[in-house]
Design a protein around this ligand. Structure first.
Ligand code: H2B
Length: 96
């Protein structure tokens, strides 16, 4: 299902509204690194994000090493950033 890609100014607005996130070099994704007290806390966070991803039908690209979780958000159906990424970034920030 095709989804509208954000314009340059909409991407700028997304970054301004979500200061923890940075634009990937190619401009097609946003990224944020999280750090927790230990693995258990990191995994608990990932579990909550996973449920969120399922409920929004929007899934992160991510990696976990012990207490660190790196999340990349992009919309595969748009070939870049969309409003879905902004919505997901906001929801993840609210969990962290
Ligand atoms: N997640 C992400 N990040 N981008 C998508 O385009 C996407 C998704 N599409 N999760 C969804 C699933 C789509 O494949 C299903 C069929 O709704």
């Amino acid at each position: 299902m095709a989804v509208e890609k954000l314009t340059g100014s909409e991407t700028g607005q997304l970054l301004a509204e979500h200061p923890g996130w940075s634009l990937r070099e190619d401009g097609l994704a946003i990224c944020r690194d999280f750090r927790f007290a230990n693995f258990s806390e990191a995994w608990a966070f990932m579990s909550r994000v996973a449920l969120l991803a399922e409920s929004q039908d929007h899934h992160p690209e991510w990696a976990n090493v012990y207490n660190r979780v790196s999340i990349t958000l992009t919309t595969h159906d748009a070939g870049g950033l969309s409003a879905r990424d902004a919505r997901m970034a906001k929801a993840i920030d609210a969990l962290a």
